[in-house]
Design a protein around this ligand. Sequence first.
Ligand code: HOC
Length: 372
Amino acid sequence: MGRPVSVEDYRRIAARRLPRAVFDYVEGGAGDERGVARNRAAFERILLSPHALAEVSRRDLSVPFFDRRLPLPLVIGPTGLSGSVRPGADLMLARAAARAGVPFVLSTASTSSIEEVARASDGEKWFQLYVLNRELADSLTRRALDAGFRTLVLTVDVAVSGRRERDVRNGFGIPFRMTPRFFAGCAVRPAWSLAQVRHGLPQFGNLVSAEAKDASSQALLMLRQMDASFSWDDLAALRERWPHRLLVKGIMRAEDAARCFACGADGVVISNHGGRQVDDTPAPVDVLASVRAPEGKAVLVDGGFRRGADVVKALARGANAVLLGRAPLYGLAARGEAGVDEVIRILEAEMDNTLALIGCPRAENLSGEFLA
Ligand code: HOC
């Protein structure tokens, strides 16, 4: 393949660079993976309605976002265990986001720790919280606060783990288990294997501190064994304790979004976890149409974004910004930190091109008027 020119090109290269089990972990979804496919297919059904003869000689992709402007309507979303794609992945993603001027969301399940990421990048960093148990959640939240993270993203769609059959078949887990299948996958990817061995095999970087050093928290996170009793009262209590911006990720109903806002959340992320939790839900971009943010609050969305035009469609449906999950990981797998920059630049160029062609020079002016 020549120079990659689309996110899909990076995806294909990633498939060739990563051992099968790791690519499957990134790519896979729950059950029959209809949800993963539906997230992508939804964009095919949303059609653009170009306005003719608009003055589009100067375009502006920036959007208002709370008390600032984002230069691009993008956020690098949280992805767990990204160090399995490439050692130092979280640091690379954070730095690439900072270069693009967009926020980076560090996962609770990251391979680099909160403190390492804080040292690596002075860009805007958000912390994604899984509540494995209350004490650990309190300690992670405090560490994120101390490290300068000012937006907390509580994920609420992992009461238990989705059933991801690729991971079960591959025996994918932490620590890596050298089953014959996994070993064979690594043997045909010597560059990846060498880099991982040199760096030390990935573990959950946030759970090796003094407060969370027991191996069991690593195992609990691997199994996504969360505190399934966490509910609305706990969200309200978290809102009381967290002094800065709070977003709730994994909302798929307008009523739940409204309840999050009533609890004091500053924003919601409409998300089905990339199709990795419940197989048969609507695509988040379709749910988006029914959710409205009250004044001063925000609605974000993720799920299957691979094209700048996908982002344009989400904004036209009312999203304030879009979280990218797998797309930057493809860039990372294919070409390291530079690959993340390239994926962001491709999406930026595609957004710019789409805005010009539909006659909407400013991303912030996108609305249903630009959809057929
Ligand atoms: C490997 C398990 O949210 C996912 C992420 C990470 C969850 C815990 C890590 O895989 O859906």
